[in-house]
Write a protein that binds this ligand. Structure first.
Ligand code: FPP
Length: 252
């Protein structure tokens, strides 16, 4: 029997736990590109290129899973310690991605933001970021945030410096200031996925992950598929999120 063609607007019903969280924010530490490449006798840059392909697949699949915000760790501020050629290769990939994917993002309703420092990025990349952000600003289906030259500690530090001058103190207004520092907003992470076998946060979204559920996978990022994302979201939907309160069954 032929399956009816599913377009992005004719979606299967979401599992109840996900349907109840209509603005699911999934953040991914996409680790393992280098090891994926070296295990195949390829240069590390080939791993990053395969990683960008993996990112494309995941970005396309995310809205079908109830994901409204997707944050991917593309380059950490700590990554400047790597050989310049590797960092340049990642920055080139990013620019290529922005130039080739912006129209696709517009068609798919994806709003793209870059979070992180921009002052150390090449001018052409900064321009590509500004153009892409402006062109996709009204995307309603998915807010894609790429973390580039990003350090959560540094973002929190800068927000704290700005906050010092504010008299109304509340955690909510701190989040607002942090969102300004990020530019791409600051929303609570629901699910944090890290590929590549390590189990740490590596200075990623420290504030926003306070109540996140974590899924750690051995799989390296270039091997990560939409089915893996779907499995992680289903795993998330089975978890009971109490945020320090009692589980429903005990609280009565
Ligand atoms: C971690 O793998 C990955 C990075 C530092 C770069 C991630 C870059 C991309 C996914 C490509 C850019 C993204 C887009 C959307 C264009 P690693 O190098 O730390 O791997 P290793 O731990 O095996 O060395």
């Amino acid at each position: 029997m032929l399956m009816p063609h599913l377009t992005v607007r004719q979606l299967p019903t979401l599992p109840p736990a996900i349907a109840q969280a209509p603005r699911l924010h999934v953040a991914i530490i996409s680790d393992g590109n280098g090891r994926w490449a070296t295990s195949r006798g390829l240069p590390r840059s080939a791993g990053h290129r395969a990683g960008a392909e993996s990112a494309r697949r995941v970005i396309e699949a995310a809205p079908r899973m109830g994901i409204h915000t997707l944050t991917l760790f593309a380059l950490s501020s700590a990554n400047w310690q790597r050989p310049a050629a590797e960092v340049q290769a990642i920055l080139r990939l990013l620019q290529e991605y922005l130039l080739t994917e912006t129209h696709h993002c517009i068609d798919e309703g994806v709003r793209l933001s870059i979070i992180g420092r921009r002052d150390r990025l090449p001018a052409a990349l900064r321009q590509a970021i500004a153009d892409s952000e402006a062109a996709t600003a009204k995307g309603p289906r998915l807010h894609l945030r790429l973390a580039v030259d990003y350090s959560a500690r540094e973002a929190i530090y800068h927000a704290a410096c700005r906050f010092y001058k504010v008299t109304e103190l509340s955690p909510q207004s701190f989040s607002t200031v942090l969102a300004e520092v990020h530019r791409g907003g600051s929303t609570e992470v629901d699910l944090l996925i890290r590929t590549g076998g390590e189990q740490r946060l590596s200075d990623f979204l420290l504030w926003e992950c306070a109540f996140a559920e974590f899924v750690f996978l051995q799989k390296r990022w270039p091997d990560f598929t939409a089915a893996d994302l779907d499995a992680a979201v289903k795993e998330f939907s089975r978890r009971e999120r109490t945020r320090g309160a009692l589980p429903d069954a005990i609280a009565g």
